[in-house]
Ligand binder design. Structure first.
Ligand code: 5GP
Ligand code: MN
Length: 335
């Protein structure tokens, strides 16, 4: 993988570009994809964002989202566009399998592949150009850097500002995680100068759920939370019946894991959700406990030091048991 700087000259000539991101894109994946989309369109490229799967409803206000092609729903159309692409930009993931069923098509494509990401241990040989920087708050911050470093700062418009703010805000936990550097705040200041209305974005993302979601959170906190004090760990599990009872959709469970770390003394929060295809884990930690390593070694996952995800094909009861068993090995690290 060559440095991203060597990719900048390609921006000057209009190209057919596909932008994609990890499955079930979150605010950073969708924000960085759409931010780059508006930037490349301003430079007269022919651009399509292809999402590997659907996404949470709370992202549906985003500018350009009605143009995003959902690969699961419109695979023929997506594959045709992918087949014609000269450049594929891969954002907010580090290895093709994070795009689920799109992975083989990305691997087989002859297009120039560009990686822009901030997760640990990227699969660099799969990409022609790229930047992987785990020190960055978000992929949105990296798209902002690309715009500035490639010399096109004047192209930042209100759409780009709204998209990039979404990802940097959601990936930093509203600017509270240690990844929130001075350059993050400088970037936000620059986006404000381009007309960013940050209050509207917080409203769209946090104040737009249906009643059932709030009742579900209350139910989960009251009935599905286990605090394992000897390990300074909080665990939550959500069954298929819980999801059905409250009519829970993609995105409604986002943020639930953060409640776990609000308990005094808790350093490790883990939540497992019984999804149709697998049991999906979310891990969060405070301080030095490395949940990326924990997820990699025990639950086929990965991510960042303080935020990671994983999966299990066992039943929900069994995967909770598995978790409690492996936790014993981490007792010292969690003191
Ligand atoms: P979340 O818990 O919000 O789904 O994910 C937390 C972080 O871990 C995100 O940066 C996400 O991209 C990453 N992540 C989630 N699941 C996986 C996984 O299965 N594998 C890897 N490598 N990263 C994951
Ligand atoms: Mn991210």
């Amino acid at each position: 993988m060559q440095k991203i700087e060597f990719f900048y000259p390609l921006l000057a000539q209009p190209q057919k570009v596909v932008i994609t991101m990890h499955q079930k894109p979150d605010g950073d994946a969708m924000g960085s994809a759409l931010g780059l989309y508006f930037f490349l369109k301003a430079l007269n490229h022919e651009v399509t964002v292809i999402s590997p799967t659907n996404w949470a409803d709370f992202l549906n206000w985003m500018p350009g989202i009605d143009q995003v092609v959902n690969f699961e729903k419109h695979s023929e159309k997506a594959l045709q566009i992918l087949g014609e692409a000269q450049i594929i930009c891969c954002l907010d993931f580090n290895i093709f399998h994070r795009t689920k069923n799109l992975a083989n098509h990305l691997a087989e494509s002859k297009a120039i592949k560009v990686l822009i990401d901030h997760h640990q241990q990227p699969d660099e040989p799969s990409f022609d150009f790229g930047k992987s920087d785990t020190g960055k708050s978000s992929t949105c911050e990296m798209i902002y850097d690309l715009i500035i470093e490639s010399g096109y700062e004047s192209h930042i418009n209100t759409e780009i500002a709204a998209c990039l703010y979404t990802g940097v805000m959601t990936d930093t936990g509203s600017f509270r995680f240690p990844s929130t550097t001075a350059s993050v705040h400088r970037m936000v200041a620059r986006l404000k100068e381009s007309g960013l209305k940050h209050d509207q974005i917080h409203h769209h993302i946090f104040d737009n759920f249906l009643e059932n979601r709030l009742r579900f959170v209350g139910y989960a906190l009251a009935n599905r939370l286990e605090v394992l004090y000897p390990f300074n760990t909080a665990l939550m599990y959500i069954t298929k019946q819980d999801l059905q009872k409250f009519n829970i959709k993609t995105g409604d469970t986002e943020g639930l894991v953060n409640y776990l770390l609000s308990i005094q003394g808790i350093k490790f929060g883990a939540i497992v959700i019984d999804r149709d295809e697998e049991r999906k884990w979310s891990f969060r930690s405070k301080g030095s406990f490395d949940v990326n390593q924990f997820a990699r070694l025990n639950f086929e996952g990965g991510g960042h030091v303080n935020a990671a995800g994983g999966r299990s094909s066992h039943s929900i009861e069994q995967t909770v048991k598995d978790f409690k068993e492996v936790l014993i090995k981490y007792s010292n690290q969690l003191q």
